[in-house]
Design a protein around this ligand. Sequence first.
Ligand code: 6PG
Length: 244
Amino acid sequence: MHKREIIVCRSTDGLAQQGAAEFTRLAQLSLRDKGRFDVALSGGSTPRALYSLLATAEFSRQISWARVHLFWGDERCVARDHPESNYRMVRESLLAKIQIPPANVHRMAGEEEPRTAAAEYEQELKDSFQLAPGAFPRFDLILLGLGDDGHTASLFPGSDALKETQRLVAANYVAKFNAHRLTLTFPVLNHGADVIFLVAGANKAPVVKEILKDDRQPAPFPAAQVQPLDGRLVWLLTEDAAPN
Ligand code: 6PG
């Protein structure tokens, strides 16, 4: 079962501030309680401002980065320095400005053959979380975005990975891009302790409204399938993305 919270921010700056504060609060709790903070980062453009804020002294000095492990929720199948790389976006906005051990930065290998990269990342999760066979990693925090078609991570409408119930990572063919993407699967997302959607922009409002309309009857969008089994689900929205 999950608790669902909806937090509306006045602007994209407010969204970034709220997101950075929540990241910091959860990091401090995890570091206190288990000595480590495992987070899956969202790609896309919305979270860039949040990551940049985390890199500022105001937030960064509150986080023991040496005990933070950064993962990605999904990645495009491109090189790490490609303009569309989610890794590159995080490197530019955060990694280049903080002191974090390279071993704590768990990049998806977008440059590799997709199925190989997915299998490698799955193994990296198993190793990093020391998973028993068949177990799923429990991220302390999963940050997610939302597309105006209702996708999240790289779980796109009509794509095969929507049906994955066992694997941790999928090499998901996305017809609209005629390309594969690497993505965490729903079982992983739904094992998260705190799962936070960051959504900005009026173009997202219709799909947000549909998804938030009734959490007993999930709307027919991939993002509506994110329902943490034993965790907290937060929709962090700008005013123009929120249902009025
Ligand atoms: C990606 C993301 C994807 C993103 C949404 C929203 O790799 O693009 O993981 O799920 O979060 O498409 O993207 P924007 O934040 O750019 O609107």
